[in-house]
Ligand binder design. Structure first.
Ligand code: 0X9
Ligand code: ZN
Length: 413
């Protein structure tokens, strides 16, 4: 009673219309940092000639005043309609980054030198059903299991990489994991595949054993719920992906920041035609599935107090590492940055301190090796790969000989 916005009984989760309006409001408030672009139609929109259904929209965040090729993070959420927390998390992530631009150094650097592409609603037709309280998962394609609440195709079994290969999907139209009549048969799948192909270079050969190069760029995240997991390819078989070791390293770091359990996707159950196997298999992009929280219709108190605070740092970490996701996560993190004087007149020296630590991995599923820190550098505003000048820092105890080192440098202001 009295609830004016959000999903009935779950006021913290914006509806499809409210999410799209929020994205448009962000573009209006931050015109140089955000765009909101139509990248395709839902099944219902195509079927009704535009009378019903939705556009599939991508909220892209980057500072358009900074030019040059920028590495990209692409995330999709709510591809499964009933997974309420997922779209709200990615929407809050966008709001966090934009409201902290020019305020927080990480948010500023992320938007200046990276692109963050968020398809907040990857299955808005289905989501409208789920917003009425129905436990809806698939899209609403009425040609299969017609006129029933079990109609439609599981979009996370419809992607074309090894579609239907391995017993990880169903051929029965009323099944919750129905793979559809053919690979990428659904307009939602087609739009996401086209967007990924347009955004990321193809960095992997067509052979099952071809690795992407160590310095491959880009991360794709597909945000689902629930089970508190961080998953990476493959899901179709328990063979190690050619970049499996590096996928595991980043997966363990992402899981360190949200406290979730990291594992290869098949560890949950076999799947084929999924988003992540497509993004990695087809393009070589580091691809992950998050399973947020502990329920599809997660209570708002759990979302606000647990799911959101656990996962914002994890998404931020993913964004920071998109330039070289198979390399950066093996190295240490710089944390606890501080200055010995928060405000000095220009020209006076100030000492910058930090802790550089190589131990930020979830070791709940195997133990990630760590190394001694070998060096530390700082730079101001412009990263070295964009022309900035790195400056060396000293180990505070005199020697770089441990996995965690305090480091410092006198900064010329
Ligand atoms: O079954 C799914 O699609 C995912 N679980 S959910 O409850 N959100 O439906 C898990 C998929 C795991 N496999 C891959 N990510 N490949
Ligand atoms: Zn899901």
């Amino acid at each position: 009673p009295g609830q004016l916005a959000g999903i009935p009984g779950y006021p913290c989760y914006r509806t499809v219309e409210e999410t799209y309006a929020a994205a448009q409001a962000l573009v209006a408030a931050y015109p140089s940092l955000a765009t909101f672009t139509d990248v395709g139609d839902t099944w219902e929109k195509g079927e009704t000639g535009g009378a019903a259904g939705y556009d599939l929209m991508v909220l892209k965040l980057t500072n358009s005043a900074v030019e040059g090729d920028k590495p990209a993070l692409v995330a999709t959420s709510a591809i499964h309609a009933r997974e309420y927390t997922t779209a709200e998390l990615t929407t809050r992530f966008a709001e966090y980054l934009l409201s902290n631009y020019g305020v927080d150094a990480d948010a500023t650097w992320l938007l200046d030198y990276h692109e963050i592409h968020l398809m907040l609603h990857a299955n808005p037709d289905g989501r409208k059903q789920a917003e009425t309280g129905i436990s809806w998962r698939k899209n609403v394609n009425n040609n299969f299991c017609s006129n029933s609440d079990l109609r439609g195709i599981d979009l996370n079994r419809n992607f074309e990489y090894l579609w239907g290969c391995c017993g990880g999907s169903s051929g029965s139209s009323c099944s919750e994991t129905f793979r559809g009549p053919s690979a990428a048969s659904e307009p939602e799948t087609d739009a996401i595949q086209a967007y990924l192909r347009a955004t990321f270079p193809d960095q992997r050969g067509s052979g099952i054993n071809d690795p992407a190069p160590e310095d491959a760029t880009g991360i794709y995240l597909d945000i689902h719920s629930y089970s508190e997991l961080v998953l990476w390819p493959w899901g179709f078989d328990n063979i190690l992906a050619p970049n499996g070791q590096a996928l595991q390293t980043l997966g363990r770091r992402l899981a360190y920041s949200n406290g979730y359990f990291p594992e290869q996707a098949i560890g949950l159950y076999p799947t084929d035609g999924t988003t992540d196997d497509f993004a990695y298999g087809e393009l070589g992009v580091a691809a992950y599935t998050y399973e947020l929280g502990t329920a599809f219709f997660q209570s708002c108190s759990t979302f606000e107090n647990t799911v959101l605070p656990d996962n914002l740092p994890s998404l931020l970490y993913a964004a920071k590492t998109v330039r070289t996701p198979y390399l950066t996560p093996s190295g240490p993190e710089a944390v606890e940055l501080s200055l010995d004087n928060a405000g000095v007149p220009a020209g006076e020296p100030v000492t910058l301190m930090a802790r550089v630590d190589d131990s930020f991995f979830s070791n709940s599923n195997g133990t990630e090796p760590t190394q001694d820190v070998a060096a530390a550098e700082y730079y101001i505003d412009t990263p070295p790969w964009a022309g900035g000048a790195p400056v060396g820092m000293a180990a505070s105890d005199g020697a770089f000989d441990a996995t965690s080192e305090m480091v410092e440098a006198v900064v010329d202001t």
